[in-house]
Design a protein around this ligand. Sequence first.
Ligand code: ADP
Length: 485
Amino acid sequence: MAKHELPEVETRLFIDGNWQDGSQDKHPVINPATEEVLTEVHWGGAAEAETAIAAAEAALPDWSTMAPAERGSILTKLADLIEADVTRLATIMTMEQGKPLAQAKSEIISNVENLRWNAAEGQRVLGDIIPSPDTNKWLVQKQPIGVVGAITPWNFPSNMIIRKISPALAAGCTVILKPAEDTPLSALALAELFEKAGLPKGVVNIIVGDAAAIGETLTKSDVVKKITFTGSTEVGKTLYEQAAPTLKKVSMELGGHAPYIIFPDADLELAVTTLIETKFINNGQVCTSPNRIFLHKDIKKEATKLILEKMAEVTVGNGLDDPTTGPLINEEGRKKVEEQLKDAQNKGAKILFGGQRLTEGDYQHGFFFEPTVLDLVTTDMDIFYQETFGPVIPLIEFDDEEAVIQAANDSEFGLASYFFATNIHTIDNVSKKLAYGMVGVNNTDLESSATPFGGIKHSGFGRENGTYGVEEYLVEKFVNIRTAR
Ligand code: ADP
């Protein structure tokens, strides 16, 4: 196979264990590094969503009553199959999404870990026995919530899927998944492995297609008992509203606009190296990406110098060539970055590095943009408040601990936050007061299979990963047994 050739992959919908054509016109999948059409995928709508809901409902009784260890062994088998197929899955992901191959591979590996973790956790869904009067036994049983509707975004097109279906399946639920339209192939490639792992038919169904119609069908159905969504705050609010009449459980992992604060006593080399490494993951198209960089005035000059030195080492290119960072997902994404930069410059911000779209030579096709550093950012600029899904490092100066906490919290979002400091009082005070679901102190590693991932405020609610992630797919049932004769 030539290096830039798409590996063979399904393009149809996966419903009730069958691959089937969609009822609507097929849609092209575009390589964001070349703008070439990779393939066309089948497209479904409300009709397919209804069929998938019926399949998931029919599969539920057997799956939810299967021994947890048996469900666990299917998840473990799936993990093994994914592990054996890393290169193909990662290549598909890089070609449809743009991220460097090494990052695509580590995303696939995180799926393997996640599945193994949940395969084990599903066997530890313990209930409670509550102390009761001698006449009765009070039991709390945790039961699977039922049929789950899952909607996922394009930025982590494989891991976002596994992060939802792995705890859902471990808990005994069945799933209808709608992946993002820009990256359907990563989802379909996973579905090929579901079959091989021995997942019974109907347990997971995947419909690529009309987002609004599928979303509405899933949210309005009384059979679907839970909606799990990762994506924009705007779409999240629509789905939440649509789900209200059926009172279904909802979890929302929405936008973010992470502050990244460097205090004067921080290990500056560590803080700056970590910033550059984290910022260019997936070209900044990450809801936890550091988006507002607050530098204390005493170290701002030195930190800026270090940032600029390290920026010179950042490479941009086709993800298959493994540069530091790839293209943006599409032209719309590139325009949004340009607009934020233009607005900031009009209001007095200064570009210290980059700032332009890349269009020459190897960049002639593809949605490439220069890694950028923007200085003198203030609160009257769009970039201070709007999520930046791109390779921009905006710098903001501060001189007071309480004031910077307030500025960091001055956002509708509340997902990830980061700060670098060594003073124990600063570490305690700032981590307590940052109004975010997650705080990274002297590091940015907020994601593992074992720890709760999620936000507050307009970043949503509910948690993924860890025990908390499995709880999202369970309901508690109280059983009171009268034992007295
Ligand atoms: P992004 O800005 O990251 O593309 P979106 O919220 O638009 O985020 O997309 C995330 C997921 O939500 C995708 O799978 C997309 O197809 C889906 N989506 C978009 N609009 C709707 C909608 N009205 N109802 C249901 N799903 C939607």
